[in-house]
Design a protein around this ligand. Structure first.
Ligand SMILES: Cc1cc2nc3c(=O)[nH]c(=O)nc-3n(C[C@H](O)[C@H](O)[C@H](O)COP(=O)(O)OP(=O)(O)OC[C@H]3O[C@@H](n4cnc5c(N)ncnc54)[C@H](O)[C@@H]3O)c2cc1C
Length: 402
């Protein structure tokens, strides 16, 4: 007999885990979370930079981050949340838009401090090369979080409320009848290699052991694989996977531990990471696709080091010690897709966070759980993030995804 759930979440990354916790806290029972790799080796939730900020350009993104930050503050030690701020450097052409966003952020309760160019080295003495920098904005309540600890926190709370976790199983087909998902078919994936293969090219061995799960409600929290999952229930999701690379660097002349995240005029970002420096850069020519190739030293020497050394003499002597590539799930307006899936009575989704899934995970999970259980958002109205916006044209205007 097929196992049965009231609510089945596909994807146990930081978003699926947050939704599971929120559903359980709000009283739901019979919740399952299925993932082909619960360890998240290839998932974005284990491959990100851990930045948390409320300095967004769209009200809903500011609200989602603000509400999440309040929660992270309340469990700061358990999730490694350090409010050491974000420093964002702007050139003259980018400043007017930054100033507009700053007005909105201030109105929505975010603390943002504009800094004229000459004030920057007084607060950040290591920034001794500020050519091309016009002004900066410092947001002291933003900072850095440990994404692995945060995901584990959500999971342990969910588990203690009876949520069941199903590992090494890929959802390979979905049965829909009368506009309702009835069940999903799972195929077992045993090895790391098979998981990696499946996540890159959707290839599952024919002989894989199959199981069927019945469900009352299906939640698509499959991260950058959400479009593949939605195709299984006959829907199109207009998001795409985009590789982002990160370098881990040793710099003997510099200690960034007193500071939070710094974002350069070029889009390069960096912060202290366990005695080293973590730095990332989005190469504008990157083509969408499920690619995990880390270009290593080549990426560091071409994209990272020149931008770092252009900002500080302390970055002249650096050594790359590691790095990785992970996938962003990017929607057309660089904002998450959250809500009920139109055309189906019992399918919900939360994915395509476009580089802000960790920082918004708490309030996103809480909101989706409210919608599923009571039919309406209770704490924050997230209805503008519904996937229907790509049909109606009412997009959320977010310009950056760093
Ligand atoms: C380099 C980089 C830096 C980033 N920096 C930041 C940052 O500073 N701050 C921030 O907030 N965000 C950042 N992000 C984005 C953040 O990591 C993501 O938004 C977030 O992790 C998304 O979580 P998720 O749960 O949706 O996806 P994931 O963690 O990818 O989880 C999706 C899960 O679904 C599973 N899955 C998919 N399809 C199936 C299927 N058919 N069957 C079973 N399981 C399936 C996968 O195995 C995976 O575990 C960054 C991302 C990258 C790559």
């Amino acid at each position: 007999m097929a196992q049965s759930f009231n609510i089945l979440i596909v994807g146990g990354g930081i978003i699926g885990s947050s939704i599971a916790m929120a559903l359980a806290e709000q009283g739901a029972t019979g919740i399952g979370v299925v993932d082909c790799d619960l360890s998240g080796k290839w998932g974005s939730s284990e491959r990100n930079a851990g930045g948390v900020r409320a300095t967004w350009g769209a009200a809903v993104n500011i609200d989602l981050s603000n509400a999440s930050i309040l929660f992270y503050q309340s469990v700061a030690e358990a999730v490694g949340f350090q409010q050491k701020g974000y420093l964002w450097l702007y050139d003259e052409s980018a400043w007017p838009e930054a100033a507009r966003r700053m007005d909105l952020q201030t109105r929505l309760g975010v603390t943002v401090v504009p800094l004229p160019q000459d004030a920057i080295p007084r607060r950040f003495p290591f920034l001794d090369r500020l050519g091309g920098v016009y002004k900066a904005i410092f947001s002291p309540n933003d900072g850095l979080i440990n994404p692995n600890l945060l995901k584990s926190y959500y999971r342990s709370k969910a588990e203690s409320s009876g949520v069941q976790w199903i590992d090494h199983q890929a959802v390979s087909s979905v049965t829909v009848k009368s506009d309702k998902v009835q069940s999903v078919e799972l195929k077992r994936i045993e090895t790391d290699e098979a998981v990696a293969q499946y996540l890159v090219d959707e290839n599952l061995p024919d002989e894989a052991e199959k199981t069927t799960l019945k469900t009352g409600i299906l939640v698509n929290a499959a991260g950058c694989w959400a479009p593949r999952l939605s195709a299984l229930y006959g829907q199109t999701t207009p998001a795409r996977p985009l590789r982002r690379q990160v370098a881990i660097i040793h710099g003997q002349d510099i200690d960034l531990s007193p500071y939070g995240m710094v974002v350069d005029t070029t889009g390069l970002y960096f912060h202290h990471e366990a005695g080293h420096i973590l730095s990332g850069y989005a190469v504008p020519s990157e083509a969408p696709g499920y690619c995990f190739d880390d270009e290593g030293e080549g990426f560091f020497m071409t994209e990272v080091w020149p931008r770092l050394s252009a900002r500080s003499s302390r970055f002249d002597r650096l050594k790359r010690t590691g790095g990785w590539a992970g996938l962003y799930a990017v929607s057309p307006d660089k904002s998450a897709i959250i809500g009920a899936v139109s055309g189906l009575d019992n399918v919900y989704e939360a994915h395509s966070f476009s580089g802000h899934g960790v920082m918004q995970s708490y309030a996103a999970g809480r909101g989706l759980a409210e919608l599923i259980l009571s039919g309406a958002y209770q704490t924050l109205d997230l209805s503008v993030l519904s996937g229907r916006r790509f049909e109606t044209g009412h997009l959320v205007s977010e310009e950056t995804d760093i």
